[in-house]
Design a protein around this ligand. Structure first.
Ligand SMILES: [Zn+2]
Length: 295
């Protein structure tokens, strides 16, 4: 019996309790990472997107954040590296076949998603990856098995020499085929870890920054070459909110635009969302995604 004066908890008891608490905390953190949106903390729900750092988000939450960066208090800390929808990829997740639809609404320790190759659950026990070209999600082990079996002929030495130069390997002979949708991808550059360990996350962040510094150089060159882009963009931007007056998304977006104008300084997110100063091709893709999401 405790607390009757007969027993005094010694160090062993206290330390054991602490260790147990730490374990439970770790389990909760794992669960939070794999079952909930990193931004909104709501349960993950299709459509789910991931970023260059392999975090999982509900696409709705990212849209809310891009329209209004203060929508989530700590949004800037969590996804400050997401500048537009171009910085996230919609994931193609495989529903867990062993979960019935009725069980999905109840809180459960089972993951709603699995690897389509070996049916392992996406719950933080197995490392999972996604392919950035198509968005398909696999367990790392499952993808490794399939891909290494199909690419015995290509020489790994050659691949290394390419990456050492810092160039993206793009020749067809070095590309793999996604086992789920047959989209081509580079094993070196397009396979991203989901919810990586801290060291891996650091590597992914470095890679992202390198990639972005290359991109800005490219866009600068493009802008100098074609000044037409800059004059075209403002007219399209004005026409956009009026195009779908009946749609909630459109009116919401229009409201956000007004808000932004009132603030005089338009936030980077809204700018990039409407493709301000970017090529027209990007703009239509972005807006299409925005509207169909709510349609
Ligand atoms: Zn795919």
């Amino acid at each position: 019996m405790g607390n009757d004066g007969g027993s005094i908890p010694d160090r062993r008891d206290l330390v054991r309790t602490k260790a147990k608490a730490e374990q439970a905390d770790k389990a909760n953190q794992t669960r939070a990472r794999w079952f909930f949106c990193a931004l909104s903390k709501r349960p993950l729900q299709d459509p789910v997107v991931s970023c260059a750092l392999g975090k999982l988000y509900n696409k709705d939450s990212i849209l809310e954040y891009l329209i209004d960066k203060s929508a989530y208090g700590d949004g800037e800390n969590i996804c400050g590296h997401i500048r537009s929808l171009k910085d996230v990829k919609t994931l193609k997740l495989t529903p867990n076949p062993s979960l019935s639809s009725s069980a999905l609404s109840e809180p459960t320790s089972r993951s709603p998603f699995v690897c389509p190759l070996n049916l392992k659950e996406m719950n933080g026990v197995q490392p999972f990856v996604y392919i950035s070209t198509c968005g398909c999600v696999f367990s790392q082990a499952g993808l490794k098995t399939v891909v290494s079996a199909s690419s015995m002929s290509s020489s790994p030495k050659e691949k290394d020499s390419h990456t050492e130069l810092g160039e993206v390997a793009t020749s067809d002979s070095e590309l793999e085929i996604c086992p789920q949708c047959a989209t081509k991808f580079s094993r070196k550059n397009d396979v991203l870890m989901l919810n990586p360990q801290p060291e891996e996350e650091e590597r992914m962040r470095e890679k992202m920054e390198l990639q972005r510094s290359k991109e800005t150089k490219k866009t600068k060159k493009r802008k100098n070459a074609s000044p037409v882009d800059d004059t075209e963009a403002p007219t399209k931007k004005k026409a956009l909110p009026a195009m779908h007056p009946s749609m909630t998304a459109a009116s919401r977006a229009a409201l956000a635009m007004e808000e932004a104008k009132r603030k005089a300084t338009m936030s980077e997110a809204v700018k990039s969302l409407y493709g301000d100063g970017k090529p027209a091709k990007k703009e239509t893709f972005m807006t299409r995604g925005t509207f169909t999401r709510y349609a």
